[in-house]
Design a binder for this molecule. Structure first.
Ligand SMILES: *[C@@H]1O[C@H](CO)[C@@H](O)[C@H](O)[C@H]1NC(C)=O
Ligand SMILES: *[C@@H]1O[C@H](CO)[C@@H](O)[C@H](O)[C@H]1NC(C)=O
Ligand SMILES: *[C@@H]1O[C@H](CO)[C@@H](O)[C@H](O)[C@H]1NC(C)=O
Ligand SMILES: *[C@@H]1O[C@H](CO)[C@@H](O)[C@H](O)[C@H]1NC(C)=O
Length: 345
């Protein structure tokens, strides 16, 4: 008994000591090296049973320090026990679409103290080999989190892969599904550009976008081309709707997320039943980049990777117009189903 008390006292002293050292380190380290800091918010460990409806009084700084380490798979057993950390299946998944802004959406949602993101695309439901490994494999890919937090993962291939809706349904039929879309022609060109850059890195040549998107025999839009097919959002959504009611989806306007992110993020907070916590403070416009960066707190900020704003090749305007006309009826159907309208041509 006495030994136990002594051990407890020692642990407390250790904690106080590391708090002091932590604060100093914190000031010295400032931006950039923050990731390597030890947890400096031991007070949190007292909140072992937070009231379920309450977002715990945990500073974002703590989240950035400790949880950032944990996410990298570097949590010690002691930390996990001390903070009751768990690996949880996602409560919400960003299922697509490719080049719609899935990474930006995930990173921005991660500003919310109740959200923990899976850093990697897990590709559990779209990859047969991964899927065969079972749901516990999937769970172990998830970051450590506090039990009251929700985990979100994103894998844009889910949206267009045939088997995925049924597989997700089997895991959790009431899961929340997020889809971020951009204007379909822009998205297709962006999709093409990413593939093109991959080829260029390997010194390979690649077809022009026009040649892929338009069938040279018929002069019609080539619906066999994957970048075109992915942009027919309603076709894919209709497959998902065989399993999930439309209320379980939330559509994010990816073009608006870039120009004016906050209102879009507030809609997602509401959809996920989270208290509104992301504010204009968390999003600042970087003039050099022409893009919003994320501010987690006074010292920690993050700009999304530069490749996200790549320059698209010039596409023949008549091809752009043809594609826009082609997508138009599908877009209308998509809006009818989802109740979201867009500033698309
Ligand atoms: C864990 O930490 C060590 C040293 O602190 C580092 O070298 C290693 O890359 C980390 N592991 C991961 C998965 O980040
Ligand atoms: C399924 O997802 C819903 C919505 O996020 C969540 O409330 C529920 O707890 C989840 N069920 C399981 C078994 O994880
Ligand atoms: C591509 O070509 C350039 C110039 O010809 C060369 O310097 C480079 O090493 C090549 N890269 C690859 C991946 O082959
Ligand atoms: C703004 O963007 C530039 C260019 O990417 C970068 O060097 C700079 O650190 C950014 N500034 C802030 C405050 O994020």
């Amino acid at each position: 008994m006495l030994f136990k008390q002594q051990a407890l006292l020692r642990q407390k002293l250790l904690v106080l000591g590391s708090l002091a050292i932590g604060s100093v380190l914190y000031l010295v380290a400032r931006v950039g090296t923050l990731d390597r800091l030890q947890p400096i918010c031991p007070l949190e460990s007292r909140l072992t049973h937070p009231e379920p409806e309450q977002i715990p009084l945990r500073s974002l700084q703590f989240k950035r320090g400790l949880l950032h380490e944990l996410r990298k798979g570097n949590a010690t057993k002691e930390q996990i026990t001390l903070h009751n950390l768990v690996q949880q299946l996602p409560r919400a998944i960003i299922i697509g679409v490719r080049k719609g802004g899935t990474r930006a959406l995930l990173e921005m949602l991660n500003l919310h103290p109740a959200v923990v993101k899976a850093s990697q695309e897990i590709h559990f439901f779209d990859n047969d080999q991964n899927y065969a490994r079972g749901i516990d494999w999937y769970r172990r890919k998830m970051p450590f989190s506090f039990p009251h937090q929700i985990t979100i993962e994103k894998s844009p291939a889910y949206f267009i892969t045939e088997e995925v809706p049924e597989r997700i349904f089997k895991m959790n039929s009431s899961i929340k599904l997020l889809i971020i879309v951009r204007e379909p022609t822009t998205r297709a060109v962006s999709d093409y550009t990413q593939v093109l850059e991959g080829k260029e890195r390997k010194n390979k040549t690649y077809h022009k976008f026009e040649k892929l998107a338009i069938d040279t025999n018929t002069c019609e839009v080539n619906t066999k081309y994957k970048a075109v097919r992915t942009s027919i959002y309603t076709k894919h959504l209709e497959r998902w709707l065989k399993y999930f009611p439309v209320e379980q989806f939330h559509i994010v306007d990816g073009d608006r997320l870039i120009t004016d992110p906050l209102p879009e993020l507030q809609l997602v907070e509401r959809f996920l039943n989270l208290p509104s916590r992301i504010s204009q403070y968390n999003l600042y416009f970087n003039v050099t980049r022409g893009f919003y960066c994320l501010r987690f707190n006074i010292v920690f900020n993050k700009c999304l990777a530069g490749s996200k704003g790549r320059i698209h090749p010039e596409v023949d305007p008549s091809v752009v117009a043809k594609l826009q006309r082609f997508f138009h009826p599908f877009n209308q159907k998509f809006s009818q189903i989802t109740g979201r309208t867009f500033n698309w041509p």
